[in-house]
Write a protein that binds this ligand. Structure first.
Ligand code: GNR
Ligand code: NI
Length: 172
C-alpha cells in the first residue's frame, strides 16, 4: 500500500472523463488499497481515482465518524439510478480544491449500481451524507468538480486563489 499525491485544481487531468473498469482484478484492488490509504491520510471521506491521476471509474469512501469503526466502501463503475426529486444542500469540500467549502444542492437520495471490491454487482440506496458524497465522487469520474456547481464568479475566485497558492508553493 502507498500514499499517492492528490491532484489539485486547475490541473487539466481533473477534467478528464474516466473510463470503465473491464474487470476487478488484483491490479484494480491494489489501486483501491492505495486510494483508501491516501484518503485516510489526507484525511477525506471519499476519493476518486482521477484525483490520484488514474482515469478509471473507481471510488473509495468512508463516512464513518471519528468515534466509529472504519467502514471502507469501494465502488467500481458506479451509476446513479432514481435520483430523488427532492434536493438537499450540503457544505462540500474537496481534496482537489483544498481549504474551500461551499454549499452545493443535489438530489437528497439516490440508488447506486456498482461493482464491489470482489467484482460482484451491488445496488445501494443512499441518502444523507452518503448520497451527497457518492454524487460528488461520480462527478469526478465525469470531470466535474463541486466548484462547477457554483456561480462562475465564485468558481473563478476560488480557482484564482488556488493558482496563487500553487505559485507561492512552487517558489519556496
Ligand atoms: O473529504 C471530503 N469531504 C466531503 C464533504 C462534503 C461533500 C463531499 C466531500 S468529498 C471530500 C473528499 C473528496 O474530495 N472526494 O472527491
Ligand atoms: Ni472531491
Amino acid at each position: 500500500m502507498a500514499i499517492r499525491p492528490i491532484l489539485t485544481a486547475p490541473d487539466p487531468r481533473l477534467k478528464q472523463i474516466s473510463t470503465p473498469v473491464e474487470s476487478v482484478d488484483d491490479d484494480v484492488r491494489a489501486l483501491m488499497d492505495d486510494m483508501l490509504e491516501t484518503m485516510y491520510d489526507a484525511p477525506g471521506i471519499g476519493l476518486a481515482a482521477i484525483q490520484v491521476g488514474v482515469p478509471k471509474r473507481i471510488i473509495v469512501m468512508d463516512i464513518a465518524g471519528p468515534e466509529e469503526e472504519p467502514a471502507p466502501r469501494y465502488f467500481v463503475n458506479p451509476e446513479i439510478l432514481d435520483p430523488s426529486e427532492d434536493l438537499t444542500v450540503y457544505q462540500e469540500g474537496c481534496l482537489s480544491v483544498p481549504e474551500f467549502y461551499e454549499e452545493v444542492e443535489r438530489p437528497a437520495k439516490c440508488r447506486v449500481k456498482f461493482l464491489d471490491y470482489d467484482g460482484n454487482p451491488q445496488i445501494l440506496d443512499a441518502e444523507g451524507l452518503l448520497a451527497t458524497c457518492i454524487q460528488h465522487e461520480i462527478d469526478h469520474l465525469n470531470g466535474v468538480l463541486f466548484i462547477d456547481h457554483l456561480s462562475r464568479l465564485k468558481r473563478d475566485r476560488i480557482l484564482r486563489k488556488l493558482k496563487k497558492e500553487q505559485r507561492l508553493a512552487a517558489a519556496e
